[in-house]
Design a binder for this molecule. Sequence first.
Ligand code: SAH
Length: 347
Amino acid sequence: MENKIDILSLSHAELREFIAELGEPKYRADQIYTFLMRGASSFEEMNNIPKKLIEKLNEKAFLATAKQVQKLTSADGTAKYLYEMYDGEKIESVIMRYHYGNTICISSEAGCPMGCAFCASTLSGISRKLLPSEMLSQVIQTQKDIGERIDGIVLMGIGEPLDNYENVIKFLRLVNDEKGLNIGLRHISLSTCGIVPRIYDLAKEEMAITLSISLHAANDETRSALMPVNKKWNIEALLTACADYFAATGRRISFEYTLINGKNDNEEAARELAAVLRKYCKNMPIHVNLIPVNAVKERGFTPSSKDGIKKFVSVLEKNHIVATVRRHLGSDINASCGQLRAKKAEN
Ligand code: SAH
């Protein structure tokens, strides 16, 4: 695909420019854009575009449409997709059906370089970063598949979004385009393991997205053992960046905390969590999402007991920290990301 234009990464305005350079009128660009937003996987299927222009498009541009290779549907309506990229890379997306609308969880990289100890996505490292078009295409193709509008997006699939910063920002602008999918930034969450300098950058983008921080431990020793990124930017650096993000955007921050049996789930850990959040995030609305760890065979971690979770929650409550235990959508299809991709690589 070298030297070819990644047409699905163009904004509506950029597409008009590109089509004008080919000597074609604006309305042709608008027609092509409509086909793209509806999920075209080839230029040939754009049936009101003249053959000559289709030839030119094939010569100058490529379409990074995500191709569905597998779909698992859960009893609760959650569905997980394995998508293949133009070069054969495979990634995952999950659609969650809530009473208030459809939310998609998308991947930002093929694999992940971050090395978190409990995570399936990082088992074999990273192959490459995804293009803006490849993130957009996950939304478009899933919307096409379910035949309903997607209202919200979480960047919580495979990969570390802030490790693919430029492409993620471009994707956010594309998906928010009024002429395109027009998904509101307020309905988008970005989850990060804590690449601190990029959190400061993100605060300056003036995008009203929700930031979600994968914290998973409240002291540096435990967190560094679970998440190597903590050795570079520790809890203090991370939470200071969060406070800056809130000061700049006014957006609430949510913290993800995976409960792993015997590692980070006793009452002392809950007290520590409440204390660090109190210390660094004093005047900010925060929310803690507790997630019983999904056992990943290669990792040997097991989830906390029901009783252990209850005690953890009650310590947070006593300390006035709002916490919810995440509803386990799609557990029958291994809906947490990385597992399908890993399985495919094994076969
Ligand atoms: N790289 C980003 C986004 C991808 S992971 C990040 O780290 O936030 C999405 C969320 O799932 C993160 O909070 C991650 O820590 C969590 N996660 C990964 N593996 C998990 C597992 N086995 N069980 C439960 N949560 C897991």
